[in-house]
Design a protein around this ligand. Structure first.
Ligand SMILES: [Zn+2]
Length: 486
């Protein structure tokens, strides 16, 4: 018997309409279930969890402000009822939710709940290889940062499956992991550790059958793949209900969208196909491109019409590809939180990169163009996703998603729109919106409890008090202590 299950049942509290200035929480305090502090909830609920099969723990958070990711509004004074791993009810002042008998009741006054964040672009094998690390070692970094799900976007499938199994077996330390195929590429593949050379469309059905057998949810088309193979990947993937996404270079975005691709990775997959042929001949054209050119306008309109989500991954362009020589990037406080092996491998990458200070202004201008195009896509109605490419150099797992949210806001999204990119938009892109992406009855109870309003200032997503993953209340500081220092 656990401490949680041994408490006396104090009776139900039926919420009535708010009267006489008393809050719902005040009204309930005399008669609700077990009212505990947040710190106690971590211990109590985790302790109770093994008995879940006998009686699922019920958790009630009262009087909290809740971010509705569907509408983009922060809604005050909500009650969230969590039973087991799912959200059972969300009460409003007009339609209060009942507090189940024996529930653990937490006070949400002055706090803000957002849906668990989803990093739309990570790798749990690639790049860690070079640091002699394995994906399980970095998974707590995501959860500690409120990232309750990650979408892998291409990895070696066997190693990736082992990491995902570790995550499933350790839900109090790890995010949910959605897996992808290796990078479907030309021969030789650009990344030899995680690339798969496919030179003939006839090879595609067997490959897709194999990947589906491994249980991946996403197929990833990579830069070297041209339209004949790419088109076949989309056809075969859709036949098996898989999401097909692409980091495009040889396969034009216009063609891939016409062929039905589900998603585009990196702002390059839009930017590179927005450059008129005559402009491509000009030096430094990437830093000076006129985004109002007809080719760019037509592609943005096509993406908006077809509602193809774009995952700009601005963090990796700033931190790894363009501006890793800036101290504000490579000596960022988030980097200091990383295991030594990872930091050393990143520094080694930077030292070999050889970025010349004389090109810095041009590189800054180029990055600004990527942010401008991101804002343009958003204003046109293209759904955006928040992905980071962690753990590529200087994209620290978990922390990088907060950087990406800040970059999306710098690109012209409201904080609420940036939060939608990191929650409901990615849940939809994963075809998981019935279970993830918003705080609503019937969905998995993945929430982040913040001390300040992220719709007022997106940097408040870092003010994490607790992370709830499938109904388990987790302490972010304790999770950070689980990550190896070396
Ligand atoms: Zn990537």
């Amino acid at each position: 018997m656990t401490a949680w299950l041994s408490v006396p049942v104090l009776g139900e509290c039926q919420f009535l309409e708010n009267e006489g200035g008393a809050t719902m929480a005040d009204r309930c305090s005399a008669s609700a279930g077990l009212r505990v502090g947040w710190g106690a909830a971590v211990a109590v609920l985790l302790f109770a969890w093994p008995a879940a099969s006998a009686a699922e723990p019920t958790l009630v958070i009262q009087g909290i402000s809740l971010f509705d990711s569907t509408s983009g509004a922060m809604k005050p004074n909500r009650t969230v009822v969590v039973r087991g791993e799912k959200i059972e009810a969300v009460g409003t002042p007009e339609q209060p939710a009942a507090v189940p008998a024996g529930a653990v009741v937490l006070d949400g006054k002055g706090k803000f709940a957002i849906p668990g964040l989803i990093d739309a672009h990570v790798h749990l094998v690639h790049r860690l290889n070079y640091a002699h690390m394995t994906g399980d070692e970095v998974l707590p970094l995501f959860l500690a940062n409120g990232v309750t799900s990650v979408r892998d976007t291409g990895d070696e499938v066997v190693a990736q499956t082992l990491v995902a199994r570790h995550a499933d077996a350790h839900p109090a330390q790890c995010p949910r992991v959605f897996r992808a195929s290796g990078l479907i590429d030309a021969s030789p593949p650009i990344h030899r550790d995680i690339g798969i050379a496919v030179t003939d469309p006839a090879q595609v059905p067997g490959l897709v059958e194999d990947m589906a057998g491994w249980g991946v949810t996403t197929l990833k088309i990579y830069a070297g793949t041209g339209s004949p193979v790419g088109r076949r990947v989309i056809e075969e993937g859709h036949r098996r209900g898989l999401v097909v996404t692409g980091h495009l270079s040889a396969y034009a975005a216009q063609d891939a969208v016409a062929d039905g691709i589900d998603c585009l990775e990196h702002i390059w997959s839009v930017f590179d196909f927005s450059i008129p042929p005559d402009v491509k001949k000009q030096p430094d054209h990437r830093a000076t491109l006129d985004l109002d050119n007809p080719q760019c306008r037509a592609l943005v309109a096509l993406l908006a019409r077809r509602k193809v989500p774009v995952d700009p991954t601005l963090t990796v362009f700033r931190n790894m590809l363009l501006l890793s020589d800036l101290e504000e990037v490579h000596r960022h406080p988030d980097v200091e939180r990383m295991p030594e092996r990872l930091r050393q491998s990143w520094h080694k990458y930077r030292q070999g990169q050889g970025l010349a200070p004389s090109t810095r202004d041009r590189r800054r201008q180029e990055f600004q163009k990527y942010k401008d195009l991101t804002g343009l896509l958003h204003r046109a109605g293209v759904p955006l996703l928040a992905g980071t490419d962690a753990p590529e150099p200087y994209c620290p797992p978990g922390f990088a998603l907060h950087q990406e949210l800040e970059l999306l806001v710098e690109s012209g999204l409201s904080p609420a729109a940036a939060l939608q990119a990191a929650t409901i938009n990615t849940a939809r892109a994963l075809k998981q919106a019935d279970a993830l992406g918003s705080i609503a009855p019937g969905k998995l109870a993945d929430l982040v409890i913040l001390a300040a309003d992220p719709t007022a200032d997106i940097r408040n997503t870092r003010k994490i008090e607790h992370v709830i993953r499938g109904g388990r209340v987790c302490d972010p500081q304790a999770l950070l202590r689980e990550v190896p220092k070396h």
